[in-house]
Design a protein. Sequence first.
Length: 342
Amino acid sequence: MTRARPPLPADTVREVGEFGVIARVVARAGAARLAEVGPGDDAAVVTTPDGRVVATTDVLVEGRHFRRDWSSAEDIGHKAAAANLADVAAMGARATALLVGLACPSDTPIGWLEGVATGLAEECAPLGAAVVGGDTVASAPGSDAVVLSVTALGDLGGRPPVLRSGARAGDVVALAGRLGWSACGLAVLRRGFSSPLAAVAAHRRPSPPYAAGPAAAAAGATAMCDVSDGLLADTGHVAEASGVVLDLDRAALGDACLVPEGPLQQVGAALGVDPLVWVLTGGEDHALVATFPAGTPLPAGWRVIGVVRSADPAAGVLVDGEPAETVARALGAEGTGHAHFG
């Protein structure tokens, strides 16, 4: 005789159903300034004043990008939105809308999904963007992992996109935002602690400098990217795409990212880690790094952290003249940043 399955609580994805889930999420989505048609139809319609659309997608997998025992549902929503909105800003564009795909177990509490939706909406709202559509599906049988796939759309405002390939010898390298804080917070959480709170909060909810991207584009930035995998790794993409050598200044980075006697130094001292390793190789702060012609007045929030040395077939990144890989190893890092299939 087959034993009857105990009933699930009424407020789970299985009991509420697909359209119930969608209704709960849509109720928290907010309004996108440039959306003509939002959630509820076969597709959304978002206006494109510039005539072009910036589009980017990130996938966040539970256990790799977030943990529900470390972060609240709202935190995870904020983080999922930030990863994509920062990419839009790194092109010199302003975000207009998000599309969200969700796979989750059928016993996921609906309140948790509402929290994610709230986090997504709160991260988008100051930019005039919102979730305008998406899809939901049950996770594969036997899988308890939640997967969030977020696509962000953006508008260039009539400017050309700022690519990774435009850096030229003689440019300065500049940073907007902070580095190393998310990696420091992750190190704390991995050891079972939850303080210093500022570092842990930085891992749970990144604070990308969204306005700095369009401002850099307007000021004449020649190349730009967001720092999601680590400064050395991501500036390496700029160096390779542009065919140049970027030389970063260790002291300038310390001044820009390390608050005197701040959380990174406190945690570093406790763990025996040089906090500069988090600044150089830590990801998920979603700061922006860009190159500007020498002498360009930098927009507010941007600080010079290096120079573009030369055009070179052996393009790469240096720190105070030393190869990035050598510096990373000397600091005890396993590489120059996050390797997705490493």
